[in-house]
Design a binder for this molecule. Structure first.
Ligand code: PLP
Length: 391
């Protein structure tokens, strides 16, 4: 018999695993489940990226061990992308890290830059995997509420000074999973000043950085003057290019933070498949790039519009998402986020993610993934309408 380590057993339970199990049980029982619970892009990767990958996979030069820290061409392409899109300048060798998905960087960061007992600030509600990083790094975390009345931005003034003084890093994620909220340049300017005042590192998770609606490209934290002095930003190919299964991302920003991420990765990984990195260069530099991204954004916006209109019609009023591919929906009186999610699955065959899985302040909401065609989204609302829960 082999026991799991204390570290492993200290890790938080993966809440999506429970959801997937419930959904699969329903499907096995023959229910036509409309699954709005998860965040997995449903459309294929743009063809120009697939074609270039095929070419690189066939090239024997990509079949060997490669450089630990990523191909110089990829780091340069990442730096150029940030310069072109956000006017931010990064040294490709010192200020860019290549990652096998941004989750890896988010999880290894406390391990690489914090000591046991240090304090990490996390948004509530927030992406559950931040908790895995805190547990692996044996750090304490404190949560900062994201409230509807502040457009789901943290109220920096309301963070107690002693908490701010203790904190070493603060994770933020806009466009936001799960609320669909976006940040403003004013907020980021205030955040840089706050970070300097309290010596807190800012970790911006820009997973949905390309997914802004109503013609508004999301603001990058790295556009803010002084951002590089206080933090980094993670950028993933998963959502921007429908490449969630490919596992490729990068981080840019403060050279001390990037250096620590690179160093811990030297110990954990050999390299990312060079063909994948070469394809990533083409994803970022091909003239078809912006049209491909635009098509992806338009599809989510169309779905958002269809879902929001249908939900409003039955009196179920969402916080209209300004980005991402989620809608953050209030739970009707008399239910918790979990009992409401269970009801929708049992009585309407609609799976949604209960908000409490994202933190205490997620209670009272469910998250809808707009990862299905508009007609099915409207059908989901029609099924929910039959439960007569809304006025
Ligand atoms: N950060 C947020 C907020 C996410 O929602 C996700 C994926 O759902 C990730 C990070 C992970 O992205 P990646 O596929 O790059 O690991």
């Amino acid at each position: 018999e082999f026991q799991q380590s204390q570290l492993l057993t200290s890790l938080p339970k993966q809440f999506f695993a429970t959801l997937v199990k419930k959904v699969n049980q329903k499907i096995a029982a023959g229910v036509d489940v409309i699954n709005l619970g998860q965040g997995n892009p449903d459309k294929p990767t743009p063809e120009y990226i697939v074609k270039s990958t095929q070419k690189w996979v066939a090239d024997p030069r990509t079949h060997k061990y490669s450089l630990f820290r990523g191909l110089p061409a990829f780091k340069q392409a990442a730096a150029n992308f940030y310069h072109e899109k956000y006017g931010a300048v990064f040294d490709p060798e010192k200020e860019v890290a290549i990652l096998g998905g941004s989750k890896i960087g988010l999880v290894e960061l406390p391990w690489a830059l914090m000591n046991p007992g240090d304090t990490l600030l996390l948004p509530d509600p927030g992406y559950p995997d931040y908790l895995s990083g805190a547990a692996l790094g044996k750090v304490k975390f404190e949560t900062v509420p994201l409230l509807a009345e502040n457009n789901f931005l943290p109220d920096l003034e309301a963070i107690p000074a002693d908490v701010a003084k203790r904190a070493k890093f603060f994770y933020l994620n806009y466009p936001n999973n799960p609320t669909g909220a976006v940040a403003t340049p004013e907020f980021y300017t205030a955040l840089v000043a706050w970070a300097k005042q309290y010596h807190v590192g800012i970790i911006s998770d820009f997973a949905y950085g390309a997914l802004g609606f109503d013609g508004q490209a999301p603001v990058s934290f790295m556009e803010t003057p002084g951002a590089k002095e206080v933090g980094i930003e993670f950028y993933t190919f998963s959502k921007t290019f429908n490449m969630a299964g490919w596992r490729i991302a990068f981080a840019v920003g403060n050279p001390d933070i990037i250096g620590a991420l690179n160093l811990i990765q030297d110990h954990l990984f050999v390299s990312l498949f060079p063909a994948l990195q070469e394809a990533a260069v083409e994803a970022l530099t091909d003239p078809q790039r912006d049209a491909a991204i635009e098509q992806i954004v338009e599809r989510y916006e169309e779905r958002r519009n269809a879902f929001v209109a249908a939900a409003n019609k039955i009196g179920w009023h969402p916080f209209v998402p300004k980005g991402t591919f989620y809608a953050w929906m209030p739970v009707p009186a008399g239910y918790t986020s979990e009992s409401f999610a269970d009801l929708l699955l049992d009585k309407a065959g609609v799976a949604v993610a209960p908000g409490n899985g994202f933190g205490t302040h997620g209670e009272g909401y469910v998250r809808i993934g707009l990862l299905i065609e508009p007609d099915r989204l409207v059908e989901a609302v029609d099924r929910i309408a039959k439960l007569n829960l809304f006025k």
